[in-house]
Design a protein around this ligand. Structure first.
Ligand code: ATP
Length: 234
């Protein structure tokens, strides 16, 4: 579904991604693991069209998307839930969800809002509430719900567990699995919580200072000594 081959991404003189190659197959949950500043968010931003690679190729469903406009990429089926959620604070939960469907022209938007409420009953309870007053976990749910409203085939999630209480982290991860299972949505998940990420993913890539240094099945990564000591707390 997605094949990234040898991309280089720069912020001015800073070489943030150095020849990164990854692949995501249809229906998979794939995770990107790495320390702060490794380049994980940069990779997601490049996939969703917010940054342009200097070299390399990005093929999505056999179509080259490197450097395409973000809106074109959303229309082709890739939705990005950025780090830090960024919901529209002065709009209600329901208005945020409606906005998520801005690229669509079909008549099933209300039906899909209902589906998001089925997935996140908490959002239904809060549907008239201004989004800026939601808790961190609720905002994460809303950001994910809004992304789903674009009916993505590939969902890019950037650190969904960041800053959440353990119980909320569990809820968010079980919903990630449910989105993958029930909608068949392919998911590329960036996480610092390697333990949780590897428990839901099929495969993973480890990124260090802009390079992929290790890849394998989630099971193999979980049992690797290198991963255990660097990312799973020994
Ligand atoms: P984190 O988990 O801390 O978000 P990350 O793996 O997602 O880390 P990135 O945000 O992709 O890391 O950053 C990769 C590198 O690029 C870092 O060295 C960072 O300082 C740099 N960088 C990121 N954004 C910018 C920017 N707008 N301008 C300059 N440098 C940037």
């Amino acid at each position: 579904m997605l094949k990234v081959d040898g991309i280089d991404v720069f912020y001015g003189n800073i070489h943030a991604l150095k020849g990164v190659s990854i692949e995501v197959l249809e229906g998979e949950i794939v995770t990107l693991i790495g320390a702060n500043g490794a380049g994980k968010s940069t990779l997601l931003k490049t996939l969703s069209g917010l940054l342009k690679p200097k070299n390399g190729t990005i093929l999505y469903e056999n179509m080259s998307i490197a450097g395409k406009q973000a809106q074109t990429i959303v229309k082709s089926g890739i939705s990005h839930v950025p780090e830090g959620r960024r919901v529209f604070a002065n709009m209600t939960v329901e208005e945020n969800l409606e906005l998520g469907a801005f690229v669509r022209k079909d008549k099933e938007i209300q039906k899909d809002i209902q589906k998001v409420y089925d997935l996140f009953p908490r959002l239904y309870e809060r549907r008239k509430q201004l989004s800026g007053t939601l808790s961190g976990g609720e905002q994460q749910m809303l950001a994910m719900g809004r992304a789903i409203m674009a009916r993505p085939k590939l969902l890019l999630l950037d650190e969904p567990s960041m800053g959440l209480a353990p119980i909320m982290v569990k809820t968010i991860f079980s919903i990630i699995e449910e989105i993958n299972k029930t909608n068949g949505t392919t998911i590329l998940l960036v996480e610092q919580n390697a333990h949780m990420a590897l428990s839901v993913a099929k495969r993973g890539y480890v990124i260090e200072t802009g390079r992929v240094v290790l890849t394998g099945s989630a099971q193999d990564l979980q049992s690797s000594d290198e991963i255990k000591s660097a990312y799973l707390g020994g």
